[in-house]
Design a protein. Sequence first.
Length: 186
Amino acid sequence: MEISRFLTGQFLLAMPGIGDSRFERAVIAVCAHDSDGALGIGIGETIEGLGLHDLLEQFEIDPGAAPDAPVHFGGPVEPRRGFVLHSTDWGGQDTIDVGGRWALSGTIDVLRAIAEGAGPSQWLVALGYAGWTEGQLDEELTRHGWFNTDAETSLLYEVPAAERWAKGYAAAGIDPRLLTTDTGTA
């Protein structure tokens, strides 16, 4: 079996000392990665003071029985654009399958379905995304920047955002406190 060099359906964990404050302790769910570039949704940080009910209100959607879940900071690109990462038991007009592990939807129909209690069984909402141009992520993976893991999808739904970075490393059997931020030559 050929192993793909692409990371769709995996998680990127920021290495200690990544050198970009926007991504310190970041956890990115990679939703698309191919020879043209990559797109991921940040799941390691929530937006303080913003919940699902606030978003639903902006779209004049009655929240119904939907919990007022936190909204995640998906990334610095298009921070007003919304995305829902969710289980594969629901699909809408623009839903894409992410490596058979989860799905990604970016239109209002998924929010309506969640509010009506007819949406996916598991989900999280994010604003913005992280994007890489052709070859950019591949190059960043060769430097001290990102660690990729195929941790269980429970990292998305069952672990609080603030704990995902440490739990992602733990799932890979790594204690991030032991990782050095220095590089050198031998």
